[in-house]
Each structure stands twice: as structure tokens, then as C-alpha cells.
Design a protein around this ligand. Structure first.
Ligand code: SAM
Length: 324
């Protein structure tokens, strides 16, 4: 039986993001302040716990899309086991977000698991700037991974976080690169997360939807195009070339239609990125099925109340810990 939670704004859960590990092989400027790569959680869930938790969430909330994220999911030794476990849950849509450094190696496993769509995070096509922003990995490996995935017929999107002082001049080259390959580019407005929630860095680096569109309009004609009701992106079409999107969390907040729910690798449920409130579910997994289901339903109800009414207000939680 599936219980559809709905809040006063008619929001329901539809999409679950699972952070397979908090560890990452990058230490991106906007994600971690000190350049220290994040490590995995001290008490990371086992594959069995992940699958049990996801099964209960799916049975409770009518989830029809799972996105595997992190940290960096492709460095987790639980990836293959998790993908195998997910098969029995018959999730209609399985997606993954990655920095792409291990995309070529992991592609066979992802294809085998019938992953429907992959978002690759890539902020620049300049190898020097790449090192500056990511503080890990290397650009040619990521570009090779993208080519191999496209060749294999995998549906891709690319996520770029434009930063005023680091890669704003890459906005159009990145769009050219994506349009040439038939990949939809998603610009993500910088979010006030982690160290950016306080201090001046956010203001110094924020590059707005208006700045992006001004830059793009010097090179392309574009027109707004459709997006699903609960999409985070505003989408545009460039006639004869393709589409791009902007996740404009500051300029055009989308909290009112948010359908997302997050499960961290340490076993916490988060109802909202812009809220430190979290709900521990590992003890629930020890209960027998009917009891566990009832407990999970209660947690999901509570987590729905954690969502912001209108807009992302900023949060000290680090994106990598809860899964971007
Ligand atoms: N390691 C994977 C990756 O690089 O895609 C998945 C995790 S990463 C936290 C997910 C996404 O969050 C990336 O596209 C990253 O650029 C984005 N991100 C992290 N911190 C952000 C911030 N403060 N504002 C906007 N996007 C952010």
C-alpha cells in the first residue's frame, strides 16, 4: 500500500535522492571551504540497510524516481551492490549525479543496471580552472567519460555552477560544447549552503539567471520552453540547436512545487536542503516489516513539514553530506 503525503501546498514526494557516500574525490570551492576532501560517514549504512530503507520509502511514499548521488557515488564500493538491490524494487526512473571522473570505468555497471539518465557536474572546459574549482580529478578524463557515455546511448545532462570570479566566462563555451553533443546544459545558481550560508563569499561569487541570459542572448536566440511541474529548472529552447535550463534557486525559487526527499549515507532523512532538521531511520530498519513501514510513514510526514514555504533561505549543511 502506498500513502501519498500532501502538504498545504499540495506537495507530494515523488523523487528520492540517495547519497551513497559522503566521501568525494573532489573538494569543490563552493562545496567545501578548506580544500579538504570529504570522507565517508563514520557509520555509513550497509548495502542491505540502504536497500531496506529505500524499499520502505518507496512503499510509503509512492516514489517514482531515484537519483543516486553523494559525495561522489562512483567512488563508493557499495555502488554495484546497491544497483543490484534496486533491481528488485522496480523503480520507474533511475538517475545518477556524478563528477564524471570514473564514468568511463563504471559505465558498464550503470548500463547493466538500466540507469536511465546521468547528470555530470562540469564547471569549465579550461583544465587550469578545472583544477582551481574542483581541487581534484582532471578534465580530460571527465570529457572522455562524457564521450563514452554519449557513444553508449546514455541520456546525459551537464550541471554547471557559474561563479562570478572563476568561470563566468565559460557560460557560452559550455553551452556550445553541450549543444554540439545534444546534451542539455543545466546552469545551477550558486546556493547558500555550508560555508556560503554565512560571510561574503556567496555575494562575491553569485552569478544570477539574468546575468546568464544576458550572456547567452549575445550568441543565441532562445525562447522559454516547457518543464515538468515539479522541475527545479526553468528551460529554454534555442531553435534548431537544442535546450538548456537554469536551476534558479535564488532568482526563481521552486520550493512550492518541491517533490524531493533525501536519504543520507549515515541513515538520515532530509525533507529539505534548506533545513538542518533530519530524521534518523537506521533503528527503524531493525523492526519487522509492518512496524517499520508505519514508522517510516510517520518520519516522512514529519520531514514534509521541514520544507520551506517559498524559497531557499540558506543552510549550513554541506551539500555533499546530504546529496546534492
Ligand atoms: N559528486 C557528485 C557531483 O559532482 O555531481 C554528486 C554530488 S554534488 C554535491 C551534486 C551537485 O551539487 C553538483 O552538480 C554540484 O555542482 C552541486 N553543488 C554543490 N554545492 C553547491 C552549491 N553551493 N550551490 C550550487 N550547487 C552546488
Amino acid at each position: 500500500m502506498s500513502f501519498m503525503y500532501q502538504d498545504p501546498y499540495q506537495r507530494q514526494y515523488r523523487k528520492l535522492r540517495v547519497s551513497l557516500t559522503a566521501a568525494c574525490n573532489y573538494a569543490c570551492q563552493y562545496c567545501v571551504p578548506n580544500g579538504k576532501k570529504l570522507l565517508k560517514a563514520k557509520h555509513e549504512m550497509s548495502v542491505e540497510q540502504f536497500i531496506k530503507a529505500v524499499g520502505l520509502i518507496v512503499a510509503s511514499a509512492g516514489i517514482d524516481q531515484i537519483r543516486i548521488t553523494g559525495g561522489e557515488p562512483l567512488i563508493s564500493n557499495k555502488l554495484e551492490g546497491f544497483l543490484i538491490g534496486l533491481k528488485q524494487l522496480n523503480i520507474p526512473e533511475l538517475c545518477l549525479t556524478t563528477n564524471g571522473q570514473f564514468l568511463e570505468q563504471k559505465l558498464p555497471a550503470l548500463l547493466d543496471a538500466k540507469v536511465n539518465r546521468i547528470n555530470v557536474s562540469l564547471d569549465t572546459l579550461d583544465p587550469v580552472r578545472f583544477k582551481e574549482i574542483c581541487r581534484g580529478g582532471d578534465l580530460p578524463t571527465v570529457l572522455r567519460g562524457i564521450d563514452k557515455a554519449v557513444e553508449a546511448g546514455m541520456k546525459l545532462k551537464i550541471n554547471m555552477v557559474p561563479l562570478k570570479q572563476h568561470n563566468a566566462d565559460q557560460v557560452v563555451p559550455m553551452l556550445d560544447y553541450c549543444l554540439e553533443r545534444g546534451i542539455e546544459l543545466r546552469y545551477i545558481e550558486l546556493m547558500k549552503m555550508g560555508h556560503l550560508a554565512t560571510g561574503d563569499e556567496f555575494k562575491q561569487e553569485f552569478w544570477s539567471m539574468k546575468s546568464l541570459l544576458d550572456q547567452i542572448s549575445e550568441h543565441y536566440d532562445y525562447a522559454p520552453t516547457s518543464a515538468p511541474k515539479d522541475s527545479t529548472a526553468v528551460r529554454f529552447n534555442i531553435p534548431g540547436k537544442g535546450d538548456f535550463g537554469i536551476i534558479a534557486n535564488e532568482s526563481k525559487p521552486f520550493c512550492r512545487t518541491c517533490s524531493r526527499l533525501r536519504l543520507s549515507s549515515a541513515g538520515f532523512i532530509y525533507g529539505c536542503l534548506s533545513n538542518t532538521r533530519r530524521h534518523y531511520i537506521v533503528d527503524t530498519l531493525k523492526l519487522e516489516y509492518e512496524q517499520a513501514l508505519a514508522a517510516m510513514q510517520e518520519v516522512l510526514n514529519t520531514a514534509m513539514k521541514d520544507k520551506q514555504d517559498l524559497a531557499f533561505t540558506g543552510e549550513t549543511t554541506v551539500m555533499k553530506m546530504i546529496g546534492g
